[in-house]
Design a protein around this ligand. Structure first.
Ligand SMILES: NC(=O)c1ccc[n+]([C@@H]2O[C@H](COP(=O)([O-])OP(=O)(O)OC[C@H]3O[C@@H](n4cnc5c(N)ncnc54)[C@H](O)[C@@H]3O)[C@@H](O)[C@H]2O)c1
Length: 312
């Protein structure tokens, strides 16, 4: 069918598809494949006052974007300082390795001692600063933020998923702990790190949801599914909050992944459409993309990486 065959409904839009003269070499703006870097030291600390509404509506400076160094890859993380929590876990460690390989400077946090975090990650942790941190403890998170210096991106991979019986005696304590880690943790982290990013007018936040937050989960309990559904909603709330200051907020919703979290819990590869669970590196790749220059216009997304386990 010729394009005019679509009828008058599309008529007002058709002119937009007319071929346009190609711009000459000098007309092409530089690719925005790296971050604008304001002078260090000019940024207020992470506890800076929130921007006023008028300031908040000011769009990030386009000139800033065009004056960025033009690097060869939209996925390079060179020059970025990235904080990864849950860094000793399956997906967190894979994310740390990938971000280091892309040139990022890493700050790594987990419940484990620093030496153990580094050991789980391997040589990619050389040069990283490792911290023992419980993300459910607001004061500890604030202390880390106060001492960390400017952080360009936060990737929160810390979470727990107890496989227990919600009807069992004492389960309420499990519920409390899941909410403390999986919900209050991301709130603690983003409250601590968003103000500094907003003051610098740039930043990335990647949270980790789950397919369980959409469809109730494969084997996980109601506390976990509930926490991940809440995390998806929180991601969208925070994305609106961060956008006027150039802070992009997204989440990943993985399907089943082969990590210590799922080990021994009866997940069978054959029960999934691709005939296998995901490798941690396949979730890490999504996280690294979301903090990369190439994702510069992605915010408020909950990116499904679930191998066709669930559509929405
Ligand atoms: N594995 C899966 O199938 C799957 C599926 C969907 C989503 N996810 C999500 O992916 C993320 C990473 O999970 P994973 O599979 O790598 O699990 P994992 O258990 O291997 O890693 C989780 C890490 O978080 C750390 N952690 C737990 N509580 C913490 C706390 N209070 N403070 C700081 N660190 C804490 C643990 O020590 C561990 O190193 C989690 O958000 C998880 O909910 C995993």
């Amino acid at each position: 069918m010729g394009r005019h065959g679509f009828g008058s409904f599309f008529a007002p839009f058709l002119h937009q598809n007319e071929p346009r003269p190609l711009p000459g070499p000098t007309a092409r703006p530089p690719a925005p494949w790296s971050f604008p870097r304001p002078a260090r030291g000019s940024a207020p600390g992470p506890h800076a006052a929130p921007r006023t509404e008028a300031q908040g509506r000011q769009a990030p400076d386009r000139e800033d974007i065009q004056s960025m160094n033009d690097t060869s890859s939209p996925f390079s993380l060179a020059g970025q300082t990235i904080l990864i929590t849950g860094a000793a876990g399956g997906i967190g460690a894979a994310t740390a390795r990938l971000c280091a390989a892309q040139g990022a400077t890493l700050i790594l946090a987990d419940l484990l001692e620093p030496g153990e975090i580094a050991a789980r990650i391997g040589p990619a942790a050389d040069g990283a600063v490792c911290h023992r941190l419980d993300i459910s403890q607001r004061a500890a998170v604030e202390a880390l933020a106060a001492g960390a210096g400017p952080v360009d991106a936060l990737i929160d991979m810390a979470a727990i998923c107890p496989f227990d019986d919600w009807m069992a005696e004492g389960w309420d304590e499990s519920l409390e702990r899941v909410l403390a880690v999986n919900i209050r943790g991301p709130i603690n982290l983003t409250r601590a790190f968003l103000p500094g990013m907003a003051a610098r007018r740039r930043g990335r936040i990647v949270l980790c949801g789950s397919v369980a937050g959409w469809m109730g989960g494969v084997a996980s309990g109601p506390h976990y599914a509930f926490s991940k559904g809440g995390l998806h909603a929180f991601t969208r709330w925070l994305a609106r909050r961060g956008a006027p200051d150039g802070v992009l907020v997204n989440a990943i919703a993985p399907g089943p992944v082969e990590t210590p979290m799922t080990a021994g819990q009866g997940y069978r590869p054959g029960q999934f459409p691709l005939g296998r669970l995901a490798a941690p590196e396949e979730i890490a790749a999504a996280a690294a993309f979301l903090v990369s220059p190439g994702a510069g216009y992605v915010s408020g997304a909950v990116l499904d990486v679930n191998g066709a386990v669930h559509y929405r």
